[in-house]
Design a protein around this ligand. Structure first.
Ligand SMILES: NC(=O)c1ccc[n+]([C@@H]2O[C@H](COP(=O)([O-])OP(=O)(O)OC[C@H]3O[C@@H](n4cnc5c(N)ncnc54)[C@H](OP(=O)(O)O)[C@@H]3O)[C@@H](O)[C@H]2O)c1
Length: 283
């Protein structure tokens, strides 16, 4: 198993994408430190799933908006765990809305949780991560370098997170610490409910991905696990885009209005594919 004997901290590791990452790292052999903010029942249920895989867990409540809580999280890891190989900064915060209505509380909280918390955990946990020649992964979003309605608060903070990951990779490589980011498109979790029209986000993912579906938390988990292996050590300070291809480009038929024209275009395209494939199958 690729992470046997390793210990991973996953912030916000108790539900959604963080849970999928925690379970995958555990399946791959790691013991897991689960951080969460308030939902202790969900946290305990996730810890039980990890135990059932035969792994150890530590549950540490800490609101990453608060520097005292971050210090407590890191000192508990030093004192009670004594080893750290992987840090996945997955917990995030942001409010939806346009920039003219952006409240400073939300803006500052997004920066604090999405960016400053990673800086502080890196500072406080660097000695342990250096001892283990460990890996740091930041969870980002394609909204860092694309613009989406309502998304400025999170998008801007994720752009800062990606930049921080590059600086961590650049400056801490000599300590043996590896750092990269994973940038996701829409993934079906509770977080999507914060959008004004969650079903429009679903439709966007399904329409734009050539795989014709919205992302699932498991789509990211294996990528994060791989990036934390020595096989990925030549990937340094990169943002790995994992969005089912939705940011690749456009299919112009998606922009035809529903009706005869669209139906005819799709039917013609299907016929052309069928004939091209049957030609290609001929010996
Ligand atoms: N879902 C998407 O479409 C999508 C797309 C691109 C990128 N991402 C990124 O993927 C990551 C996970 O997203 P998700 O959709 O899985 O989120 P989620 O379902 O809302 O889960 C959030 C997790 O973070 C914890 N958390 C929230 N605020 C925290 C704080 N202040 N301190 C500590 N923990 C906190 C929550 O703990 P409690 O349960 O205690 O609240 C929960 O465990 C985020 O970085 C997000 O930006 C998501």
């Amino acid at each position: 198993m690729k992470h046997e004997g390793k210990i991973a901290l996953v912030t916000g590791g108790t539900r959604g994408i963080g849970k999928a990452i925690s379970l995958r790292l555990a399946q791959d052999g790691a013991d897991i430190i689960l951080n969460y903010k308030t939902d202790s029942a969900t946290a305990e249920a996730t810890a039980a799933e990890i135990h059932a895989l035969g792994r150890r867990t530590w549950l540490i409540q800490a609101d990453l908006k608060d520097d005292k809580a971050i210090k407590h999280l890191c000192s508990t890891i030093k004192k009670d765990v004594g080893q750290l190989d992987i840090l996945v900064h997955n917990a995030a915060f942001g409010t939806m809305g346009n920039i003219l209505r952006m409240g400073l509380f939300s803006w500052n909280a997004a920066m604090a949780i999405n960016v400053t918390a990673l800086l502080r955990m890196t500072q406080l946990l660097a000695p342990m991560l250096s001892d283990s020649k460990g890996h740091i992964i930041g969870l980002s979003s394609i909204g860092a370098d694309m613009t989406f309605s309502e998304y400025a608060c999170i998008g801007v903070s994720k752009a800062a997170l990606e930049s921080l990951c590059r600086y961590i990779a650049f400056e801490l490589a000599h300590l043996g610490i590896h750092c990269n980011a994973v940038s996701a498109g829409p993934i079906k979790t509770r977080a999507l409910d914060w959008f004004q029209f969650p079903h429009a986000v679903d439709n966007y993912g399904e329409t734009k991905s050539p795989l014709s579906r919205v992302g699932r938390p498991d789509d990211l988990a294996g990528i994060v696990s791989f990036l934390c292996t020595p096989d990925a050590d030549w990937i340094v300070g990169q943002v790995i885009r994992a969005d089912g291809g939705i940011s690749m480009g456009e299919n112009f038929t998606d922009w035809l209005e529903d009706g005869d024209e669209k139906e005819q275009a799709l039917a013609k395209s299907a016929r052309e594919w069928e004939s091209a494939m049957s030609r290609a199958r001929r010996p």
